[in-house]
Design a protein around this ligand. Structure first.
Ligand code: HEM
Length: 496
């Protein structure tokens, strides 16, 4: 009689699977080097804990983590392999440890964005450094100041739009307008296109958490024939796929052409011709990913900060009066002059604080170093072994009551005088070698837009805090899911 029957085979496989699960559970709860780190037992045992709060309670894990810190203390094991630290004195150890220490990214997080071969998708420290060096020249402070004429021309367009709305009485959607303002594509004059682009980015970002936990669904969807895709894939995602195909065609043209005029597409010409990048770093796929990242990162986040600033100025007349007082004392209109105005700067910083930069934790991994965290209240030290993703979310940093009292109130005054010292606790642009490469550009866009806000009288239209408040983490802070954006009626130009 043979023992190899289908039933026996099934039972053996099921038994092996059960043993494997048992081993994983025992390892994660007792044997793992992270086993001593406090936190909920379920989070240490399975990634479904994170998934539950990310996907089934949309974008809520980051808020749950804040609660877990209140319950368990400053260090919490938030997944079987990741540790969260809510101690702003440890930020540098995680994100900015000095020139000799390496910090990798976590592939598990990177893959959710679908831009794996971009600078932001570079997992390894050295690869990231090579990609970064090739892009740095485009984003230096000096390079950004040279963009002042382009920014001024956008302000000119913005003013024309507001002047027309004042005449017609039509409500303006400031969220769409600032999205167009931050976009590299010339869409300010086309409000329908701008609204469509903003909606597409939002649709893609809404899928980020699902992709994080079920990345195989996206891979499967990509294999679907277009007839089926038509039914199952949301319109915004299809539009973004078309947009990426358009980028791909452009990139392929650049790679095939011998053209070396630096007048257009100069970032990609520069990457194509870079002597330091090997051929493997100049593929069409890589340049497509780089372009997609630059377009997404360079539009959504700056637009969000600028919109938040304008919302709070319109809902709080005292803040608007202070801004106008500063503008009337310094009737400066050039970027380098505006850059020196303390209250404009304070508004910009406060808007960045409450826009929370990238909300998805952004963990770093020390590949060859054991980190030691000491909880100063209990005097207990914890070893975090090499290879462990460690994070402090922007929510934890920017709502820390010791540094930012009354943290959900928009209060630019906290940045005046020696308030600037708090900048070291800001994570909006992250910190260290992987901090936002576009931060000078984002700063310039915000400062010049805020200075203009003071010159217009407006009243909010059917808009409230829920249209700007961080309520869901979809990689960026997302307000009410049914928000139509910040809308206002234009009353007229203000004499300062
Ligand atoms: C207020 C506006 C902005 C905010 C809050 C912001 C935030 C961030 C953050 C937090 C990171 C680090 C990501 C990580 O840790 O994984 C980052 C990286 C990046 N940002 Fe921004 N960003 C802004 C504007 C911009 C602009 C205007 C551009 C370009 C035009 C840009 C391009 C990038 C790129 C390419 C990276 C990847 C850098 C690297 O990995 O070295 N960002 N940004």
């Amino acid at each position: 009689m043979s023992f190899i029957t289908p039933l026996n085979l099934f039972l053996t496989l099921a038994g092996a699977q059960l043993l494997h699960i048992l081993y994983v559970l025992v390892f994660r709860s007792l044997l793992s080097p992270l086993a001593r780190i406090p936190g909920p037992r379920l989070a240490a045992l399975t990634g479904w804990y994170e998934c539950y709060y990310d996907v089934f309670y949309p974008g809520q894990y980051v808020f749950k983590i804040k609660q877990l810190h209140q319950q368990f203390g400053p260090i919490v094991r938030i997944t079987p392999r990741e540790v969260s630290i809510s101690d702003l004195n440890f930020l540098d150890a995680i994100y900015s440890p000095g020139v000799y220490a390496k910090r990798d990214k976590d592939f598990e997080k990177v893959k959710a964005l679908g831009i794996n071969t971009s600078i932001g998708g570079a997992v390894g420290h050295d690869l990231h450094r090579r990609r970064r060096e090739s892009l740095n020249p485009f984003f230096s402070k000096k390079g950004v100041l040279a963009l002042a004429p382009q920014l001024q021309s956008k302000i000119f367009q913005l003013n024309s739009i507001l002047a027309v709305s004042q005449k017609t009485g039509e409500v303006v959607n400031l969220s769409d307008i600032y999205f167009a303002f931050a976009s590299e594509q010339n869409v300010l004059a086309n409000s329908v296109r701008a609204a469509g682009m903003r909606n597409n980015v939002a649709t893609v970002l809404r899928g980020v958490k699902f992709n994080l936990h079920f990345s195989w669904v996206r891979s499967l969807a990509r294999m679907l024939p277009s007839s089926l895709m038509g039914r199952w894939v949301p319109q915004g995602v299809k539009d973004m796929m078309k947009f990426r195909q358009a980028i791909r065609r452009e990139v392929e043209q650049i790679l095939q052409s011998k053209d070396d005029s630096k007048s257009s597409h100069s970032v990609f010409l520069e990457l194509r011709d870079s002597p330091t990048l090997p051929a493997s770093e100049k593929t069409a796929q890589r340049l497509e990913d780089e372009a997609a990242l630059l377009v997404m990162a360079g539009t959504e986040s700056p637009a969000k900060s600028i919109t938040i600033a304008h919302y709070h100025l319109l809902s709080n007349p005292d803040l608007m009066s202070k801004l106008r007082a500063e503008l009337s004392e310094h009737p400066s209109t050039t970027l380098s002059e505006i850059d020196q105005l303390p209250y404009v700067r304070a508004i910009s910083l406060e808007a960045n604080r409450l826009s929370f930069g990238l909300t998805g934790r952004n963990p770093r991994i020390a590949p060859d170093e054991t980190l030691t965290y000491t909880d100063l209240s209990s005097k207990v030290s914890y070893s975090i072994p090499p290879g462990t993703p460690v994070s402090t979310s922007t929510l934890l940093a920017h709502t820390n009551e010791q540094v930012f009292p009354d943290p959900w109130t928009f209060n630019p005054d906290r940045w005046l005088g020696n308030g600037m010292e708090k900048k070291k606790y800001m994570l909006a642009f992250s910190k260290g070698p992987r901090q936002c490469i576009g931060m000078h550009l984002a700063d310039a866009e915000a400062m010049i837009a805020i200075a203009e806000m003071g010159r217009w009288g407006m009243e909010l239209f059917e808009t409230n805090d829920g249209d700007v408040k961080f309520l869901h983490d979809y990689h960026v802070a997302t307000p009410n899911l049914n928000s139509l954006g910040v809308r206002a009626r234009v009353l007229g130009r203000v004499d300062l």
